[in-house]
Design a protein around this ligand. Structure first.
Ligand SMILES: [Zn+2]
Length: 362
């Protein structure tokens, strides 16, 4: 008897930062360096307010002169570290000497502004670095489709960019995308409501094409566009049409989940757990299983052990790239195995190889 669609193995592809880096996105450790190098090349009449404030932040908090210093030698914090200290201060309602939380002074609340500016900075550098990508995500989607595997594959990602989103929408405009959340667009008809056959793309840390209206408490998707980037370059076009409130981004760093209380991201995480619990094969692409991602680890542990047969979940890791050191690989392999067991298949494949022929592991 021929295998019906129902009998096909369900696969989840987890896209980490390495998958976007393979397309040209800056890696975590270079994000700030790349950004400040980029803005030095922009000739403008005046420095925008958010850039001036960011320069002050890096000068006072990390002793880096982003205007005149040597950026190549500068030791920048990671995006998560910079956002993390601001988020924790905000959460605890504490201040830094030069950056206050809200008080009676008129220029207070710089911590909240800086958080927004860091998110814009990230949107800006991602937009710039991915204007020409290597189309690896497209290659992967196309191959999965021609192999007949796309319908049985769900995508999960910790990336904010919209590489996977656009690859699906561009190649298969008739296949709806299910992000696991409701958008106001469904009612307007500007983005189709998903159904059972939709391709699932669960973005665990938020997305650059999601805009949140804190007044209406709803979410808008800006298909094909990084709406968060538009917020920065053209704020006047980024008002909620219903209540005129300026939209906010939903971008959450892995360490601190205060925003997870927001109903939308909780929905995504809940959906991810439900979908993953039925998956037979989990493939990590460009994800190094960092210590900071305890929420991801918790999620993966749950879906591994809370199933009828915990041994039934096959786990594959695709995280090699040219020039990757053996010590790094060994350390990483150990990190996956100590948490998920010795059956983890830690391969020597890179994201591009996998995208060209997903059958090598599927
Ligand atoms: Zn609104």
């Amino acid at each position: 008897m021929a295998k019906s669609k129902k009998d096909k193995l369900k696969t989840a592809i987890f896209l980490g930062a390495g998958a976007s880096a393979a397309e040209g996105a800056p890696i975590q450790t270079n994000l700030f360096k790349d950004y400040f190098n980029l803005i030095r090349t922009r000739s403008r009449y005046a420095t925008p307010e958010h850039e001036r404030e960011l320069a002050t932040f890096f000068a006072l908090m990390f002793d880096i002169n982003v205007d005149n210093g040597n950026l190549d030698n500068a030791l920048f914090p990671t995006f998560e570290e910079a956002l993390g200290v601001l988020d924790l201060a905000d959460l605890k309602n504490e201040s830094f000497k030069d950056f206050t939380n809200i008080n009676f002074e008129s220029n207070s609340g710089r911590i909240k502004f800086l958080r927004l500016y860091l998110v814009y900075l990230m949107a800006d550098i991602i937009d710039n670095s991915l204007r020409t990508s290597k189309n690896i995500h497209r290659k992967l989607i196309r191959k999965l489709k021609s192999n007949g595997d796309l319908a049985n594959t769900i995508f999960l990602t910790t990336n904010y960019d919209i590489l996977c989103d656009n690859a699906i929408l561009d190649l298969y405009p008739n296949d709806k995308v299910d992000y696991g959340v409701d958008f106001v667009n469904f009612r307007e008809g500007t983005f189709e409501r998903p159904d059972l056959g939709s391709i699932k793309l669960l973005k665990l840390h938020g997305s650059l094409n999601w805009l949140y209206c804190p007044t209406c408490n709803n979410l808008r998707i800006t298909p094909y566009e990084k709406g968060v980037y538009t917020l920065m370059v053209n704020p006047s076009s980024s008002y909620c049409q219903k209540c005129q409130t300026v939209y906010s981004p939903i971008i959450v760093p892995p360490t601190f989940y205060k925003d997870l209380s927001k109903v939308f991201l909780s929905q995504v995480w809940n959906r991810a757990e439900n979908e993953l619990s039925e998956v037979d094969h989990l493939i990590f692409c460009g994800y190094s299983f960092p210590d900071a991602d305890i929420h991801i680890k918790y999620l993966i542990k749950r879906i591994q052990k809370n199933r009828r047969n915990p041994q039934s979940l096959k786990i594959t890791v695709i995280n090699n790239h040219k020039g990757k050191k053996t010590e790094i690989k060994n350390e990483e392999k150990l990190r996956f195995q100590r948490f998920l067991g010795h059956n983890v298949n830690y391969t020597d494949f890179g994201f591009e190889e996998f995208a060209s022929d997903p059958k090598i592991v599927m």
